[in-house]
Design a protein around this ligand. Structure first.
Ligand SMILES: [Zn+2]
Length: 357
């Protein structure tokens, strides 16, 4: 169904946005995004340097047909590749609403709530050992990192709840259920990666739930099942911002390869109704990363960085803390945005025909 805010007619304007429809999917031009958010630069640079100052509020595409974008210095994977149309580079409305808007204006995320509890999920456990290196198993490293994160967070006066604190198997759906039972909580799952036969694969990636109606980063096309709503979609804007915040902190730490903020429908993310992320803290299948992950120094640094990202994310919610007076709220609120927000409800298109198919 069409409404005045979401025209599906080519080139139709809606406030400050002009939407184009390509093969049934809505797009906006990169220029429009740059103008709306008053971004500093719009350079489209093939093979651009993979680091950028976080202070640079900007948008950078790595090529003109890409799912990779840098938003204020953090690499994100778009739901859909950018498109060239009438000589202009286009970004899907889905990505505008579900990635660009929450990351560039996190203070406007609907339902973003202050929290004081972090549910820490050490991936795997018991008979489920996860990935392995010649030094140890993923389940051991996730538990050790989770314990370190617990200590750092408690020192910062967070409450923490571990989904496991010993070498036991916990079913995936029971992990997010721990966070769902709590008030004022977020969920952070810790894992280490495996390169599926590629020992060269390396680096850090952080996952947030895939928006409804979009393919996950690992999918090349949209499937009918992607249209199903998931409990995790209730907080997908907050989750992608939490992912961006933690990812930024992780990369600032050691200069590791930036694999970006990705999207997936992992069970723990799909079933969690609180802001939730899954951190992949390096590759056990990569010999040099495996050696690094086996050190307590690395796992401590990883825990500190995750905690830093969580603290940065909570900054965004401080005006909503129970003890914040109205005066404090006003002080912590960013500049009032006078511009209209982009369309906030993304209604997935039912006819899925990516260009070129
Ligand atoms: Zn894992």
């Amino acid at each position: 169904m069409l409404c005045h805010k979401c025209p599906a007619i080519e080139g139709r304007s809606s406030g400050e946005w002009k939407l184009y429809t390509i093969n049934g999917r809505d797009y906006v031009t990169v220029e429009n995004v740059i103008r709306f958010y008053e971004l500093r630069h719009n350079s489209i640079l093939a093979g651009a340097a993979r680091t950028e100052s976080p202070a640079a509020k900007g948008l950078r595409l790595l090529s003109s047909d890409t799912r990779e974008v840098y938003l204020s210095g953090v690499r994100h994977w778009l739901c859909f590749p950018t498109e060239e149309f009438n000589g202009k580079t286009m970004i899907s409305r889905m990505d505008l609403v579900k990635t660009i808007e929450p990351v560039l204006r996190p203070h406007l995320i609907k339902g973003l709530e202050w929290f004081n509890t972090v549910v820490i999920d050490a991936g795997h456990g018991g008979h489920d050992r996860g990935a392995k290196s010649r030094f140890g198993f993923e389940k051991e490293y996730t538990l050790d990192t989770a314990r370190r994160l617990k200590i750092v967070l408690e020192a910062a006066e967070f409450k923490t709840v571990m989904t496991r604190n010993s070498d036991v198997f916990i079913a995936l759906d029971r992990r997010a259920a721990v966070a769902n039972r709590l008030d004022k909580a977020i969920f952070v799952s810790i894992h280490f990666n495996e390169g599926a036969g590629n020992s060269a694969a390396s680096g850090i990636e952080v996952f947030a739930i895939t928006p409804r109606g979009a393919p996950s980063t690992a999918d090349s096309s949209l499937k009918p099942s992607h249209l199903n709503p998931l409990p995790g979609n209730r907080t997908d804007a907050a989750s992608v911002m939490l992912a961006a915040s933690v990812h930024r902190a992780l990369l600032a730490n050691r200069g590791q390869i930036d694999r970006g903020v990705k999207r997936a429908r992992f069970t723990v993310l799909a079933t969690c109704q609180k802001p939730a992320i899954l951190v992949e803290g390096g590759f056990l299948s990569n010999p040099s990363e495996a050696r690094m992950i086996a050190t307590t120094a690395y796992r401590s640094a990883l825990a500190r960085s995750i905690a830093k990202g969580i603290l940065d994310f909570r900054e965004l919610t401080l005006g909503k803390a129970p003890n914040a007076s109205s005066g404090e709220t006003a002080d912590t609120e960013p500049v009032v945005m006078t511009k209209p927000r982009p369309v906030t409800s993304q209604k997935p298109t039912l006819i899925v025909t990516p260009p070129g198919e």
